[in-house]
Design a protein around this ligand. Structure first.
Ligand code: FAD
Length: 289
């Protein structure tokens, strides 16, 4: 299966989405249908989270394999290092390789809610950059490695220059592309890319987009990751928050506008947090193609 960096060689702009492993067997069956629907849109790659939405690591890798084997679409396996020892992580990376997956999003992850005070020790990777370095050391250029980027700074590092420096460390240690946290003000994304370019980071920075379909859920997501709810978003969505169809309609319109402006401004693609659904991302996608 192709590496994402090889896809970049022929695709100046990529379209991709993120899914997560469902918690139930029925959810898993439904996701298989959604993946088939996604496959018809021919995304350049599909990523699958680990940890964030529940499910176990096996499921993440099963899903990535299914994306690749059944649909011939490049899969991107998220890999987090919290809670696992270096040795365990190396075994997982070996499993990823054995399954024919060539793309890893190398993340630190967050301590789980039931163990919020977990701290890395000698036998753990402390930061994503350490995971990037280890994968490169063990596997050379077998994998395409991606890293998470934060246009507004990570929630625990609001100093944007320092945060950009941490991203640079990940690239220096082997990451080759970046997928960002979602944001609602494109100026944050463009300023982030400029900040990175100024310090010598040339890797592709693919913007992550969350189409707003439910105002309350969107607020929850923003609280978790520190994304700013801009005055424009408040103004559009607050008055219609109890009207699901108006919210959906406005969410599609907002995402189309945001996507078009990103591409017009030079973004090298769009990565959609589609929440395991084909709608409304399909509509947004087809409008900006
Ligand atoms: C595209 C994307 C996909 C994601 N997928 C998942 C997923 O599948 N599963 C999941 O659990 N989470 C996921 N996350 C969330 C992510 O795991 C958390 O945001 C996590 O807190 C940071 O991960 P990181 O890889 O950026 O870590 P790191 O780059 O290691 O950063 C972690 C923290 O340490 C700080 N830091 C970094 N380097 C240093 C240093 N040298 N010295 C001091 N401080 C430093 C950073 O500012 C940050 O606060 C995703 C995030 C994004 C943007």
């Amino acid at each position: 299966m192709r590496k994402i960096t090889d896809i970049f060689k022929s695709q100046p702009i990529t379209f991709s989405c993120e899914i997560f492993p469902p918690k139930t067997e029925q959810g898993y069956e439904n996701l298989k249908t959604t993946i088939s629907e996604w496959a018809r849109l021919k995304p350049d790659f599909i990523s699958c989270t680990y940890g964030a939405g529940g499910g176990n690591r096996e499921k993440t890798l099963d899903i990535v394999q299914l994306i690749q084997n059944r649909h011939q679409i490049a899969g991107l396996a998220h890999l987090t290092c919290v809670l696992n020892t270096k040795q365990q992580i190396r075994e997982i990376v070996e499993d990823i390789k054995r399954r024919g997956v060539r793309n890893i999003l190398a993340l630190r992850g967050d301590p789980p809610l039931d163990n919020p005070n977990w701290q890395p020790g000698e036998n753990n990777f402390r930061f994503s950059k350490d995971l990037c370095a280890d994968i490169r050391l063990q596997y050379g250029d077998f994998f395409s490695i991606g890293a998470a980027g934060f246009p507004e700074g990570h929630i625990l590092c609001k100093d944007r220059d320092r945060d950009a420096g941490y991203l640079k460390n990940k690239i220096e240690n082997g990451a080759e592309f970046v997928i960002t946290q979602f944001f609602f003000d494109n100026a944050d994304y463009f300023a982030y890319v400029e900040r990175l370019r100024r310090i010598g980071v040339t890797a592709r920075v693919i913007p992550g987009l969350l189409p707003i379909t439910n105002y309350e859920n969107m607020i929850k997501f923003c609280k978790m990751n520190g994304t700013t709810i801009t005055p424009q978003v408040k103004q559009i969505f607050e008055p219609i928050q109890n009207d699901p169809s108006a919210t959906l309609k406005a969410g599609i319109a907002f995402a189309i506008q945001q996507s078009r402006a990103l591409l017009k401004g030079g973004a090298p693609g769009l990565h959609f947090y589609c929440l395991n659904k084909i709608h409304p991302t399909q509509e947004i996608w087809e409008a900006v193609l």
